[in-house]
Design a protein around this ligand. Structure first.
Ligand code: BTN
Length: 250
């Protein structure tokens, strides 16, 4: 049976998100652009994304003709993160979601997600979901904070087949899109699943308020409607943070 999605495999690009954006008019919904090497892999907050050539998955999914309001755009981060945690479960790895878009195994980062949306009026017109998932890499740059990979977490002796991994991932991802995106109550179900996997939820931890650069102790209480992080403070109040307004102290 033919897949519902096309996967374009490339040897080397600057960034699969940028390549997907350049190809967007020629791509169908749910097309994937993936590369063995990125010369300018991009991460969140203007960071770069580095990965040993050919060892890991680096890919971008093109979503078009979305029936999603700009107000609800966090739903795409939820779908991406949940697809990754489901994929890791297939390999016996219990992963959690570090708000908004990182996937952690205990204190180690195994995957980063970069969602780039375009809006037309109050609707999303397209989205590029870029995913960097560490699969076969065993040794990482010492400057990377706490990286891990599937082979390290499973003590796999053999390398995993990246083509197979991406097919399996896309199967899960497209199922989430079909099941929850245009279904009544779908957003609520996604939010519940996302919250159940939220890293450091419900315990007291140190955070940094990036506006004032002040450290504080807080407890993640949940998310606002639009996906901002809601944190309970020790004084008993609730504070809401957008992405780039709060940092975790690890
Ligand atoms: C982060 O953790 O900061 C997000 C990292 C996202 C990396 C992926 S790799 C594939 C896609 N192309 C990019 O340039 N970035 C994303």
């Amino acid at each position: 049976m033919k897949n519902k999605y096309d996967i374009i495999w490339l040897d080397k690009v600057d960034s699969t998100n940028d390549e997907a954006r350049r190809r967007i008019n020629a791509c169908d919904n749910l097309s994937v652009v993936t590369a063995l090497t990125q010369t300018h892999g991009r991460g969140q907050r203007g960071n770069s994304w580095s990965s040993a050539p050919g060892m890991n998955l680096m890919f971008s999914i093109v979503l078009k003709d979305l029936n999603v309001r700009a107000y609800d755009q966090f739903v795409l981060s939820e779908i991406a993160a949940l697809s990754v945690t489901d994929f890791l479960s297939l390999h016996g790895i219990k992963a959690e979601i570090k708000w908004p878009n990182d996937i952690y195994v205990r204190k180690r980062k195994i995957c980063g997600i970069l969602v780039e949306n375009s809006c037309r009026g109050e609707w999303l017109s397209s989205s590029i979901i870029g995913i960097g998932l560490n699969v076969n890499q065993r040794n990482f740059d010492v400057n990377l904070p706490n990286p891990t990979s599937i082979v390290l977490e499973t003590e796999e002796k053999d390398e995993l087949d990246l083509h197979e991994c991406l097919e399996d991932f896309m199967h899960l991802f497209s199922r989430y899109i079909g099941r929850y995106l245009n279904i009544t109550g779908g957003y609520m179900k996604l939010r519940k699943m996302y919250l159940s996997l939220l890293w450091r939820k419900g315990d007291w931890h140190a955070f940094r308020d990036l506006a004032s650069d002040a450290e504080f102790v807080g407890k993640i209480a949940g998310l606002s409607d639009i996906g901002h992080l809601v944190v309970e403070t020790q004084e008993g109040g609730l504070r809401e943070f957008a992405f780039k307004e709060i940092g975790y102290i690890l």
